[in-house]
Design a binder for this molecule. Sequence first.
Ligand code: MG
Length: 220
Amino acid sequence: MAGVIFDLDGVLVDSAEFHYRAWQALADRIGVPFDRQANEALRGVDRMNSLLLLLGPHAVRFSEAEKEAFCAEKNAQYVLLIADITPAGLLPGAGELLTALRAAGIPAAVASSSKNARPVVASLGIESLLTAIVDGSEVKRAKPDPELFLLAAARLGQAPAQCVVVEDAQAGVEAGLAGGMRVIGIGDPARVGAAQRVVHGTDEISVAMIRGLLEDGVTV
Ligand SMILES: [Mg+2]
């Protein structure tokens, strides 16, 4: 038995660009310095904590109500931007891997901190290849807590030790490991190096790699 749990942003789709543009628009409007480099710290971080990182020392200038309004403003801008996502927005190898998993009889889930995960999945046209979708509105504790991934494993009908998590964020890698899952990290080893395997992109992941990781898990 096996299951694969995919993070969404940076793994199946590059919605990080849309998040960046929405945060940049907010920062510009309220006069807080922000750029692509500062945006790197927001990977895998939930909305309010992203705002606090964006505001930095400026956070004290704003009330809690204003911060909530800023989060709503950023999200409204993001939702406008992601309406343009199409199946062409799938990252290289993502559609092929989901199709190969389906052919191999290995169920797949998306587990994303984003409360917009469902509309993004629908726009990408991959709903029929997924057994479960879990989003940030369904759990109390954000990554690196394993709650999101444990819920996804349960929806796949798999024990955590039989699941492979695919993640591009440090907090997500930590969440998968904390949940007792095997983890494939995508990107810079400085960020995802704690994972059992690190690859450059989703197109380097195969069904054989996933099976191999789970077999390793039995012998560890
Ligand atoms: Mg991600």
